[in-house]
Design a protein around this ligand. Structure first.
Ligand code: DUC
Ligand code: ZN
Ligand code: ZN
Length: 494
């Protein structure tokens, strides 16, 4: 039998469904054997006392993205993917972000070209759809989906991005027909706008007021509305970056009634609170993201949602901006919370934070950790069979985790380009010491060994979730509404 390129020996393997002791044999970038006592390989790694886990998939991150306000984020495809790799993530799915005047095919080509030259791990794209006009819905969106961009994000807030309910119904209809998953940023635009105006009128402009403006009721209302729209059509959807107890409750209740609604949460909703936005001077701006971190009670609700499957996806929502005039503080100390660039870095620490606080503190099992950080993303975003699992035939994307390694987080040791971390000083137990991407050892001994541009674009399949059942009431609606939709399609319109 042909020799292995790499054998990971004596480790404890965990997948979302099981855990066991075995050696893992890799050839040509693919896992080809999982057994005890494999034959020697050209390269061997002793994983005794370590976890051998699927490489993470971070399905929500912003890389080399120009915000709708015209602000470029701090990481390009090189720094972002290097940072991801050091944190145990071997696949990212960032966004190709349309601004309203842009043509989708050009947006996609632009992001693809930049990633192709720089990424060191594999990547796909979601589309951000800001202008669902006829050209987008009839031609450009279906084309992007056919090219493997099988998910798209839409916004219910932000002046330059938001879609109204009518537009959301149009998008959901086309997505269902073309087999794409719709991801929704669910916050009530007018509630936020109204509060912002009151706050600014009263000169309440410090970073902490960002959390006041983005009230949890704005999140839960929009979440409920997005779910209602998807139920009306019987079309699944995913709510991104869920933060508050009420929104989680709304999603749980809808799922109980059979709605095909999925949801994502992020480290900032487990490990930060709104009090972080109230730090001295402008420091709170480092923690401004939307939705904002909430309170301890919502943190507990997020843990509960993670445990009971209401929140099956745990992503970073890495949106890095430097803490200076090029990013977070365009007007220095005079920057109002409205003007602070929105987002926090998290690609590198996403997995270590959950490993430490979840697995090591026994809030979640190692199998749940794998599901939340890798396997569920593969199922949600059309990567099953290739990514998110230690299985024969899958890509050899693997992290070897030392559960005893202790790390005190500090920005200077991280590899992104934000220049700060919201988790400064946090003590982490458990770290991915060796990270393997398609059989290449990309991180070992705290050193990168990967060429710029060596990551590959992943043309994704449709989400496994699109095949899942919809509620009885939605199915009823579908019988009538699908007819309407089909009639519309006959003359080329949806
Ligand atoms: N939404 C995101 O998904 N990321 C950063 C900011 C935002 O509003
Ligand atoms: Zn968002
Ligand atoms: Zn985001």
């Amino acid at each position: 039998m042909e020799e292995f390129d790499l054998v990971l020996r004596n480790g404890r393997v965990a997948n979302a469904g099981d855990e066991f002791e075995a050696d893992v044999g890799v050839r040509d970038g693919v896992i080809v054997a999982i057994e005890k006592s494999l034959m020697p390989g050209k390269r061997e790694i002793d994983a005794d006392g370590r976890w051998v886990l699927p490489g993470g998939i971070d399905s929500h991150c912003h890389v080399e993205q120009l915000s709708a306000m015209g602000m470029m984020c701090a990481d390009d495809f090189y720094s972002a993917t290097v940072s991801a790799a050091f944190g145990g993530t071997t696949t990212i799915i960032p966004f190709a972000a349309q601004h309203r005047a842009m043509k989708i095919s050009e947006v996609v080509a632009d992001y693809a070209e930049r990633a192709r030259k720089k990424a060191v791990i594999d990547y796909g794209f979601h589309l951000i759809l800001a202008n669902p006009d006829d050209t987008a819905l009839i031609t450009d969106l279906p084309e992007a989906i056919r090219n493997g961009i099988t998910s798209l994000k839409v916004y219910m807030t932000y002046d330059r991005l938001r879609l109204d309910d009518h537009q959301l119904l149009d998008v959901l209809t086309v997505a269902a027909r073309e087999q794409a998953l719709v991801m929704v940023h669910a916050e009530n635009h007018d509630m936020i706008r109204w509060i912002v105006n009151r706050l600014v009128d009263r000169a309440h402009t410090a970073p902490k007021f960002h959390a006041v403006a983005h009230d949890p009721i704005a999140e839960s209302e929009a979440t409920n509305r997005a779910i209602a729209l998807s139920r009306l059509l019987g079309v699944p959807l995913l709510i991104v970056h869920v933060s508050g107890r009420e929104a989680i409750h709304t999603i749980r209740r809808a799922k109980k009634h059979g709605a095909a609604v999925y949801a994502e949460t992020c480290p900032q909703y487990l490990f930060l609170t709104a009090e972080d936005l109230d730090r001295d001077g402008m420091d709170g701006a480092m923690f401004c993201c939307s939705p904002p971190p909430r309170d301890k009670d919502s943190q507990e609700a997020v843990w509960d949602g993670i445990k009971d499957g209401t929140l099956p996806i745990y992503s970073s929502d890495h949106a890095p901006y430097r803490f200076d005039a090029s990013g977070k503080l365009p007007k220095g100390k005079a920057t109002t919370f409205k003007e602070v660039a929105n987002g926090v870095p998290g690609l590198e620490l996403r997995m270590p934070l959950l490993f430490s606080e979840g697995v090591m503190k026994k809030r979640i099992s190692i199998k749940e950790f794998v599901a939340l950080t890798a396997t569920n993303h593969a199922e949600m975003y059309g990567l099953t069979g290739r990514k998110g699992e230690i299985a024969v035939g899958a890509d050899a994307d693997i992290g070897i985790w030392n559960p005893d390694r202790e790390v005190t987080v500090t920005a200077s040791k991280l590899h992104d380009n934000a220049g700060y971390t919201p988790y400064e000083g946090h003590k982490i137990r458990g770290w991915p010491e060796v990270v393997i991407s398609r059989g290449r050892i990309v991180v070992e001994n705290n050193t990168l060994n990967a060429e710029r541009g060596s990551g590959m674009f992943l043309k994704r399949n449709p989400s496994d979730m699109l095949r899942s059942q919809v509620s009885i009431s939605a199915a009823e609606a579908r019988r009538t509404l699908r007819n309407l939709i089909d009639v519309g399609e006959k003359d080329g319109r949806s």
